[in-house]
Structure formats: structure tokens, C-alpha cells
Design a protein around this ligand. Structure first.
Ligand SMILES: [Cu+2]
Length: 129
């Protein structure tokens, strides 16, 4: 009787152990899957005829879409265009925002710009490995 109890306890430990092991495997897989979702977003504010004051270079990993939120804080219209990636927000009025994703499967350097003020509002998008 006592031996049986010990056997049952041992089996229970074995079952719990394997469930724990399987659970770890599954959660590892989950964390791997979420890495594609983890890519952080970026906000570009159009204000005083610049994007984020300095028209910063935007770095994007190849094959990993980068979500970009563009917000117009000026009292005139702006847009955000990248010809090579077929991105165009259309004209945005004051306080309007548009979310899009910069995504490419190949490396390259492209220009983003505002088609209404291309001389002032212009920067680079670098798609890298
Ligand atoms: Cu503009």
C-alpha cells in the first residue's frame, strides 16, 4: 500500500515535469513568434515644414515592416510619400494622422518627402539587413 503511494507520487512528478517541459517549449515558440510583432513603431510629426524637426533618416530592417504614424501639426496640408515603396498618405489636414508601414524585402535607400514642400520636407529611408 505504502509502495503504491510512492509509485503514484513518483508518476505524478513525472507527469507534472513533462507538462512543465512541454509548457516551456510552447512558450519559447510563442516568444519567437512575437518577435515579428515586436518591431517598434515610429511617429513622424509634420510641423514647421519639417518631419520631426530634422527630417531624420529612418532605418528599417529588411523583411520587417516598420509601422509609422504620421501626424500633421501644421495649419496647412502635408503628405508623406515614398515613390519606390508605393507609399502615399494623401493630403493630411491639421491634426490629421495616418498610419502606414514601411516594408521591403530588399535592401536599399529611398527618399521620403512631402509632395507639397519637397524642398524642405525630405529625408532618407534605409532598408538594411
Ligand atoms: Cu508639406
Amino acid at each position: 500500500m505504502y509502495n503504491n503511494l510512492i509509485a503514484i507520487v513518483a508518476i505524478s512528478f513525472a507527469i507534472v515535469g513533462s507538462i512543465w517541459g512541454i509548457g516551456n517549449l510552447i512558450s519559447q515558440n510563442n516568444s519567437n513568434n512575437t518577435t515579428t510583432v515586436k518591431q517598434t513603431g515610429l511617429t513622424l510629426i509634420a510641423q514647421d515644414d519639417r518631419f520631426n524637426k530634422t527630417n531624420p533618416d529612418i532605418y528599417v530592417k529588411k523583411g520587417m515592416p516598420l509601422r509609422i504614424n504620421i501626424l500633421n501639426k501644421d495649419f496647412r496640408r502635408h503628405d508623406f510619400v515614398i515613390n519606390e515603396l508605393n507609399l502615399n498618405t494623401g493630403y493630411m489636414s491639421t491634426d490629421q494622422q495616418v498610419t502606414l508601414a514601411i516594408a521591403s524585402n530588399s535592401k536599399g535607400t529611398f527618399e521620403y518627402y512631402c509632395s507639397l514642400h519637397p524642398d524642405k520636407m525630405r529625408g532618407k529611408v534605409i532598408i538594411e539587413n
